[in-house]
Design a protein around this ligand. Structure first.
Ligand code: F6P
Length: 348
């Protein structure tokens, strides 16, 4: 069988490890692999590359994706679905392995309903994909953010400053909560819980009154700030741009600067902001992510070989299992109250 492999959405450490595992296992089954370049766009434009043993040599530890990625939404393009089907047929591509997050796998799920033979692999540093305990890439992002928090700790202490660290996490605060707990943050602000800046300042003031001269605040890019007038409401995002992508997402970013400015203004403590940004997505995956990505890739090859279409490889406890693509998409997995309350134990 000729299998097309694509990576969609934001890049993520471990993508190459999945591609390598898919190819190695599928070649053992006697299948032929083809790389679809730059996500779903490659299927609209007929942009492909070879995915043989040589092409995937030496990529296990490499960041990025050797087949490229994009945030192309075929359902925002006229006749997108028909074009994909037509191009698959014309190029002899019988099945697809889509490696991506909510948006990429949402398309895979729709295509499956439209009769395309497709399976999915869950990717995102945000870890917000439903039906799996962890997505690959998350562990790497958490480790990068934790190292950054450790480093900011020493400079915060040396200068008696409040350090605000903005991490990624559009809809869910998984990176913030994990790196914040691991890094000993004094406050963690996540999208799941809109925050009141005055309450944040009160926590910091109390901490400093009790003898501490510095504080670390970790904030998700998607955390929502309540204005003075809307304390009972949901709060607002801070946007770095109003432009929307093909999936209707606005560009977040800048909440760290807003929080830092407000803290300095309201408490008088010298405050600095650091936005970690794409550092969290680039570079080599951790050993954990390499293993998880490899297990997902091998499992996806098994799903295809056995004809289990419309499924996604998922981690449940220590096992990799098959879940319906439809269950993995549509609703995001957000940080639960138990974990939030563990983090809150150490606030202040
Ligand atoms: O999807 C993961 C993510 O890292 C989000 O946390 C972030 O909002 C988004 O990607 C930004 O990606 P880009 O700028 O590439 O669209």
């Amino acid at each position: 069988m000729k299998i097309g492999v694509l990576t969609g959405g934001g890049d993520c450490p471990g993508l190459n490890a999945v591609i390598r595992a898919v190819v190695r296992k599928s070649l053992q089954y006697g299948h032929e692999l083809i790389g679809i370049k730059e996500g779903w766009r490659g299927l609209l434009d007929n942009n492909y590359c070879k995915l043989d043993r040589e092409a995937i040599s030496g990529i296990l530890h490499r960041g990025g994706t050797i087949i490229g990625t994009s945030r192309t939404n075929i359902y925002k393009v006229a006749n997108g679905e028909e074009t994909v089907k037509k191009n698959m047929e014309a190029n002899g591509i019988e099945a697809l392995i889509a490696i991506g997050g909510e948006d990429t796998l949402g398309i895979a799920s729709k295509l499956f309903k439209a009769g395309v033979k497709v399976v999915g692999v869950p990717k995102t540093i945000d870890n917000d994909l439903n039906a799996t305990d962890y997505t690959f890439g998350f562990d790497t992002a958490v480790n990068i953010a934790t190292e950054a928090i450790d480093r900011l700790h020493t400079t915060a202490e040396a200068h008696n400053r409040v350090m605000v660290v903005e991490v990624m996490g559009r809809h869910a605060g998984w990176i913030a909560i994990h790196s914040g707990i691991a890094g000993g943050a004094d406050i963690i602000l996540v999208p799941e819980k809109p925050f009141n800046i005055e309450a944040v300042c009160d926590v910091i003031k109390k901490r400093h009154e009790s003898g501490k001269s510095f504080s670390i605040v970790v904030v998700s890019e998607g955390a929502k700030i309540q204005t003075e007038e809307q304390t009972d409401k949901d709060g607002s995002f801070i946007l770095s741009s109003l432009k929307k992508d093909a999936f209707g997402h606005v560009k977040l970013g800048g909440i760290g600067n807003v929080v830092a400015e407000e803290i300095e203004k309201r408490t008088g403590f010298e405050t600095r902001a650091t936005i970690l940004g794409y550092i969290q997505r680039g570079g080599s995956p951790t050993a954990f992510d390499r293993v998880l990505a490899t297990r997902y890739g091998v499992f996806a090859a098994d799903l295809v070989n056995n004809g289990y279409w419309g499924k996604m490889a998922a981690l449940r406890g220590k096992d990799i299992v098959a879940v319906d693509l439809a269950d993995a998409t549509g609703t995001l997995k957000t940080v639960d109250d138990d974990l939030l309350s563990v983090a809150e134990t150490f606030f202040g």
